[in-house]
Design a protein around this ligand. Structure first.
Ligand code: B3K
Ligand code: ZN
Length: 882
């Protein structure tokens, strides 16, 4: 066996190079002998030549399997060991020469799960063996064709000691289990549904479970189980409830039923992302399973509901119908995010959910589109695919699906989805297959719409209008423009379904009774004319955020105040408040206003605030959003050069001013939102009231009385949401209450690391002047650990992503803290390292002095020897080098 060195600079993979494999693998038998440091994996691959390939390819007979960090222990073909000249091992492949048309290849490898800190492949988390194979982790378990278009059925046997691993799980249904005289035991699982290896999973360890029964609409009885570390079963009920509701919802809304006799979820503490949809055996970051009133906030419950649903929905959108290659990732992710968004909207308030999703899109995806890693939802190239599990592929991908729903209507959309799932069941397909199903089921032409899949960048949508009361006409001109992004200089006009309405002075929609409530902009500029509009109207544009664009509409301030109070579209009502506040903030930044007074805030804006505060008809969750100032990063994105320091000062000034001017109203709101009933995580009304109280307290906390109020709330809090609201209210203040609450929190929750994540993140995001010292000190705190992704994200990630004011501190310390962390993590967990690195790529957004400091840190990272592919790609592209 010869070993060749890996290349210094990683390769780029291109969509245009896609080719089917030379061999297919139809069935896999796996046999695991699980030991903490030495696990043996025997695999039998039933392969056959791909007859689809052109004849010159067919003449080849070398099977090239992927494999990384593996020790090869044995290799046999159809029962006979292979001589050394029949194969070659390189750093990332196993080449097997002269294979027949079909046969069974047997491979034995050895891996060390305990040494696996990358958390890809087979690893141990608190003594539990678990796997993460998407995107390319299976090759760290055994040699395989690690690509999603190779779909096989699996039979998995595992053996481990009864004592350390009483529970043995894999995909599909349990076939048999038994014990051996030496204290070990075994189990055999079978998954009848063909799947790519990225959906393979195995779990073994000391676990307890919560169980429930479910009968599908088609009559199948399913055992649902959620496995957790001992002592945590009581905290799984909400996740179980969310799972059952997701299963029912998918039957009712999409006609999709579950297809195995059991559905297992396992929660582990060390996990690179939120969760993973392995067939029949979802593995979750415990953060998205474990919850009770005392340890989880309303937001946590919302995430649990959404992520449990998301992973369950993948059973069809991702597993039964999967991706041909990783460039098609949005095919499963965009669609599944859209499905989970619709589910959450149905469970709670549709408007509130939509606003939360758009806030998240603007905070995470817009910067991607404006930055060095801008890519279309179907990227054309990558160095490391794990860097492309992005907000663009996921969240913008979901927006594109949502536009299809707008264009075709729900019924048309459902017809297209039905055709897609029926036609492609058991296949690995492309985004093109999805669009074609939508077209064919509806007799629609989506040729122009397809551009959304290949063009990157956030379009700007401009709107201007005129009204001629005498003629009774109203004309609106919509225009679009998309700025160049790296590698895509020419942009074309997209097809945009812009939802639209006209409101008269009493807030009524005048365009009722029309066939559709959207305008289609399908070129650079288009004018739409409406007749018989005799009264004065205000346009409400891009309702429900129907197109993912930056809207530039020249509403007057009076129009915005009006829309804030009257728009029948709840999203645009919120949007108007954000636009108005953003305008005010930007103007004050221009004036570099250090001392904001009442005169700096337009009277009608204050009045609109007061009216909304006092309007008892508004749903409290929506009211909380209406009264929240736009995020710092959102306003900064509207500036030519982002000045976080000045903006943060002005924003605080406006907040304190609104607090003072409306103090009585805030006090009243705070009191009226108090709840008598006991905590119910499923009640949207309760969660809304708590959110509203938190907003009121947030304003009041700038005033001396407010700190006392926060301290009282902390003392009385019977749940984590209120406790966090109290702490959040004082975390930016330099007051004794802050430290007292932090200490109390630490004493009470030091043994629950998931809860301590909140404590770390709050301090990392604080505007307290000592925050840079604190972020460094907290790295030494016993609750922090470099090997756990949740801890790293809570401290380093929260600081770099959510504390722009201090991340961009002119001392350059914020940048240094991040770069040091990236370098440390490069060796421990490259995926997490590359992910937290992203904020350093935003250097083009700040002044030249900061630009220099940021680039210096990126250079320092790139100089490091043994840089992972993950970090190399993000850092080099950030500097515009790749
Ligand atoms: N499909 C997984 C994400 C895998 C990420 C690999 N780096 C979870 C999800 O989207 O549901
Ligand atoms: Zn997903």
């Amino acid at each position: 066996m010869s070993q060749t060195a890996s290349k210094k600079f990683p390769n780029t993979i291109y969509l245009r190079d896609y080719k089917e494999p030379l061999y297919w693998i139809d069935h896999v038998n796996l046999d695991f002998e699980l030991q903490a440091e030495k696990t043996f994996v025997k695999s039998q691959l039933h392969f056959r030549k791909n007859e689809n390939l052109p004849s010159e390819d067919q003449e080849q007979s070398t099977l090239i399997l992927d494999g990384e960090d593996l020790i090869l222990r044995g290799l046999a073909l159809d029962g006979a060991p292979l001589r050394e000249d029949r194969y070659q091992v390189t750093a990332d492949h196993l080449h097997v020469f002269d294979l027949p048309e079909s046969g069974v290849l047997e491979i034995e490898t050895e891996v060390n799960p305990s040494a696996n800190t990358r958390l890809e492949g087979l690893y141990r988390s608190s003594g539990i063996f678990c796997t993460q194979c998407e995107a390319e982790g299976f090759r760290r378990i055994t040699y395989y064709l690690d690509r999603p278009d190779v779909m096989a059925t699996y039979r998995v046997r595992m053996t481990a000691t009864q004592e350390d691993c009483p529970v043995l799980l894999s995909n599909g249904n349990l076939l048999e289990e038994g014990s051996n005289p030496d204290g070990t035991h075994w189990a055999e699982w079978e998954d009848p549904h063909p799947k790519p290896c990225y959906l393979f999973a195995l779990v073994a360890g000391k676990l307890e479970h919560l169980e429930a029964d479910y009968t599908t609409a088609s009559g199948r009885a399913v055992k649902l189980r959620i496995y957790v570390e001992p002592g945590n079963v009581e905290r799984c009920s909400y996740a179980m409830d969310a799972l059952k509701r997701s299963m029912r919802w998918d039957e009712e809304r999409f006609g999709l039923n579950y297809d195995l006799d059991c559905f297992n979820i396992v929660a582990v503490g060390d996990f690179n992302m939120g969760a993973m949809e392995n067939k029949g055996l979802n593995i979750f970051n415990s953060k998205y399973i474990l919850a009770d009133a005392d340890t989880a906030t309303d937001a946590d419950f919302g995430f649990i509901e959404a992520i449990v649903a998301h992973e369950y929905f993948h059973n069809w959108s991702g597993n039964r119908v999967t991706c041909r290659d990783w460039f098609q990732l949005s095919l499963k992710e965009g669609l599944t995010v859209f499905r989970d968004q619709e589910f959450s909207a149905d469970m709670r308030s549709e408007a509130v959910k939509r606003i939360q999703d758009v806030k998240m899109l603007r905070a995470r995806q817009f910067p991607e589109d404006a930055g060095p890693l801008a890519h279309p939802i179907r990227p054309e190239s990558y160095i490391e695919i794990n860097n492309f599990y992005t907000a663009t592929v996921y969240e913008k991908g979901a927006e594109i699906i949502r536009m299809l729903k707008t264009l075709l209507g729900w019924e048309g959309f459902r017809k297209g989805a039905d055709l897609y799932f029926e036609r492609h069941d058991g296949q690995a397909v492309t985004c093109e297959d999805w669009i074609r199903a939508m077209e064919e089921a509806n007799g629609a032409d989506l040729s122009h719409f397809r551009l959304w899949y290949s063009q990157s960048g956030t379009p700007v949508l401009m709107a201007s209008w005129t009204q001629n009361p005498e003629a009774g006409s109203f004309e609106i001109t919509l225009s679009q423009h998309t700025r160049a992004t790296p590698g895509q200089t020419e942009k074309r006009s997209l097809q945009m379904p812009v939802r639209f309405g006209l409101l008269n002075a009493s807030g009524q929609d005048v365009l009722t009774g029309q066939e559709q409530d959207f305008l289609i902009l399908d070129k650079a500029s288009k004018t739409f004319r409406f007749e018989n509009i005799s009264e004065a109207v205000v346009p409400s544009i891009n309702r429900g955020f129907s197109v993912p664009v930056k809207l530039e509409a020249h509403h007057s301030e009076a129009d915005l105040a009006f829309l804030m109070a009257y728009d029948s579209d709840a999203f645009n009502r919120w949007e108007a408040s954000q636009s108005y506040l953003t305008r005010v903030l930007l103007k004050l930044v221009e004036q570099r206003k250090s001392d904001v007074t009442r005169d700096d805030i337009p009277a009608d804006l204050i009045e609109a605030f007061r009216v909304n505060m006092q309007d008892r008809a508004i749903d409290p969750a929506f009211k909380a959003l209406l009264l929240t100032l736009p995020a710092l990063s959102y306003v900064a994105d509207q500036m030519i050069v982002a000045d976080y320091e000045c903006l943060s000062m002005v924003r605080k000034g406006v907040k304190d001013c609104l607090a003072g001017v409306l103090e009585t109203e805030w006090q009243a709101l705070y009191r009226s939102a108090a709840l008598e009933e006991s905590f119910d995580p499923a009640s949207g009304h309760q969660a809304g009231s708590r959110a509203l109280r938190a907003v009121a307290l947030g304003y009041l906390s700038g005033l001396a009385d407010g700190r006392k109020l926060a301290a009282d709330l902390y003392g009385d809090a019977g749940n984590m949401t209120d406790r966090m609201a109290a702490l959040t209210a004082v975390i930016d203040e330099d007051c004794p209450e802050r430290q007292q609450m932090l200490d109390r929190f630490e004493q009470r929750f030091s043994d629950n690391l998931l809860v301590m994540d909140k404590w770390l993140a709050l301090q990392a995001m604080s505007q307290h002047p000592a925050v840079l010292d604190q972020v460094e000190e907290l790295q030494q705190h016993p609750a922090f650990s470099w090997t756990n992704p949740n801890r790293v994200r809570s401290l380093i990630g929260a600081f770099a992503m959510n504390n722009p004011r201090y991340f961009h501190d002119l001392s350059g310390r914020g940048y240094r803290i991040l770069a040091d962390a990236v370098l440390k993590l490069n060796d421990i967990n490259p995926q997490v390292a590359a992910r937290i690195l992203a904020p350093l790529g935003t250097w083009r957004r700040v002044d030249t002095e900061r630009q220099g400091l940021m680039k210096q840190e990126l250079e320092r990272i790139l100089e490091r020897e043994n840089l992972s592919r993950d970090v190399y790609e993000v850092a080099s592209k950030a500097l515009g080098r790749d």
